[in-house]
Design a protein around this ligand. Structure first.
Ligand code: KG4
Ligand code: ZN
Length: 373
């Protein structure tokens, strides 16, 4: 089964072609093309939805054409080739229908509905959040799929182990818009355990980055700065919000306020910024790991699947590996390869290939506030 998938929930415009064979649980990515309007949002220090939607309009068709052509190893941008590929190779079209920014979502959803009608293809609507978790089923040809040790996190090996995540598992989504913990018994049977009461983890990093005058999005820069001082003594400590609560909720807006008060009368030297970055990461990661382990203990399961932009952070993966495995000796922890952690269409295709539930194109609607049902 070959699926063309489209993701336009925020500031990335992405199209991919993925394939799943009958016998294989892993999803092969034949192409995955992503355009981003990040540079524009960096100038405004955050996303202005109208700007993001306008850029989606510009990128959507070139990205789809490129993904179709690359999936056939045709690199020129010919619409005719793409037309033939869509007509002859593709069995279904998957699209993110929520959650996200309404203007951005509409571009992907309406484009896919038009293509589905014109080419008579079934449509598979996909929840963006679930796709972040099922990005772990993409065949990446890397040992990274299961975090084994620090080495495995940073280095692809020549002979990757074909380890498959298996149910039941605890899923942790940590992105710019969401922080959620779920217990999965199967792809369709899952329970939402808890989530953030205010800002998401990535949102907190981005907002704190703004306080520190770091470029948007701040997550990668905070990671780099924190790493630069990881072996030196750091006296700064921030509170890990809700660390001691026995529920599965998170809250990160208080941390932003705490950092804001801390920096108010300080001279922000490079060294101080690095130290703050280290302490912020530490406060956020501690609570993410603690609650995930807590969920594993409560549900008697030792497999953890991480997903979302913040899981591109190698320090987070390393800390998970260290802490979770010391508390859950049989833990198996999976994280998507970096390019499938942040928003991309391959993960939308992967989810669709694993759960190919189609819906008539005229019944699909962009749903900005889609959550878990
Ligand atoms: O999943 P994603 O691409 O978009 C949403 O669905 O929100 O996540 C974007 C978030 C941003 O907040 C960004 O700062 C964060 O992921 N992020 C990181 C890293 N790379 C991206 N956070 C920490 N460390 C990183 N290396
Ligand atoms: Zn996302």
């Amino acid at each position: 089964m070959k699926i063309l998938s489209v993701e336009t929930s925020c500031d990335e415009t992405s199209a991919a072609v993925v394939e799943r064979s009958e016998s294989d649980q892993f999803i092969k990515v034949l192409s995955n093309i992503t355009a981003t309007s990040l540079a524009i949002h960096a100038t405004t220090g955050g996303i202005i939805p109208e700007n993001a939607a306008r850029e989606q309009v510009k990128f959507i068709m070139p990205v789809i054409v490129k993904a179709l052509n690359e999936s056939r190893s045709t690199n020129h941008e010919s619409w005719e080739e793409a037309y033939n590929s869509l007509k002859n190779d593709i069995d279904a079209i998957a699209v993110t229908y929520g959650p996200g920014l309404i203007g951005s979502l509409l571009i992907g959803v309406e484009t896919v509905k038009t293509l589905a009608f014109a080419f008579d293809k079934p449509v598979i609507p996909v929840n963006h959040l679930l796709a972040h978790i099922f990005a772990n089923f993409i065949d990446t040809n890397m040992s990274l799929r299961e975090i084994e040790d620090d080495e495995a996190i940073s280095k692809p090996t020549a002979n990757p182990k074909p380890l498959t995540p298996s149910f039941p598992f605890i899923g942790l989504i940590v992105s710019g818009g969401h922080t959620d913990l779920l217990y999965f018994e199967s792809i369709e049977k899952y329970t939402w355990l808890g989530g953030t009461r205010d800002d998401a983890a990535g949102e907190a990093l981005d907002k704190i980055g703004r306080l520190l005058n770091l470029p948007y999005p701040a997550g990668p820069e905070i990671e780099k700065r924190a790493k630069s001082i990881q072996n030196s003594k750091n006296n700064i400590k921030f509170h890990s919000p809700l660390l001691a609560s026995d529920d599965f909720d998170f809250s990160f807006s208080g941390l932003k306020a705490e950092v804001s008060r801390f920096v108010a009368e300080k001279d922000l030297t490079n060294k101080l910024i690095n130290e703050i970055c280290y302490a912020v990461q530490d406060a956020i990661f501690k609570v993410l790991i603690k609650k995930t382990v807590q969920a594993c203990v409560k549900y008697g399961c030792s497999t953890i699947l991480l997903g979302g932009g913040v899981t591109a952070n190698k320090t987070l993966l390393g800390e998970f590996n260290l802490t979770a495995k010391s508390q859950l000796p049989n833990a198996k922890i999976f994280a998507p390869e970096r390019q499938y952690s942040t928003d991309n269409a391959a993960m939308i295709g992967a989810y669709a290939a694993l759960n190919p539930k189609t819906k008539p194109w005229n019944k699909i609607e962009s749903t900005p506030d889609l959550y878990f049902n």
